[in-house]
Design a protein around this ligand. Sequence first.
Ligand code: AMP
Length: 182
Amino acid sequence: MHVVLLGPPGSGKGTQAERLAAKLSVPAISTGEMLRAAVAQGSALGARVEGVMASGQLVSDELMAEVVQDRLAKDDCKGGFLLDGYPRTAAQTQTLDDILDDLGERLDHVIYLSVPEEELVRRALLRQRDDDTEEVIQERLRVYRNETEPLVAHYEQAGLLRRVDGDRSMDEVTAAMLEAIR
Ligand code: AMP
């Protein structure tokens, strides 16, 4: 099972990725978590991405391609995976297709968690981290709209998109996601 989880910042994607991956017995692969871990460790990768992440912008497609390619080649991904936070740009959808091709696999589903804009803003303010200014939150939303939202139409055309209403209780959303890929 190879699944991508798409959704705006504040859609509950990270939490739902963990929950769904546990049900499917595949690893939840969050590129945001991987990058934050790299920053925390003070690795070379961390040093390269720290400033970009803090600004709310995207790490380059080239660097992300390396990160994701390495990660998806690991043994725990042999039975499938759930990607959270990748792809985020048109170029990244192509890279993912190429990586899957090389592995002799293909994408099964793209789940799109949809949440109304005002609810996103409300959630963003609630979970605001110390280092997140209102400006950075706005920037993340802007980048999402410009770069990532067009992937919804892309995957819809590919027949892979499964829309799930993310504006419900955590349990209801998890159940709806499972139902959507059944
Ligand atoms: P997230 O936790 O998914 O919101 O990711 C946190 C930050 O990591 C983002 O705001 C980006 O700066 C960076 N990031 C995570 N995934 C990607 C990606 N697929 N492409 C580019 N940047 C990414």
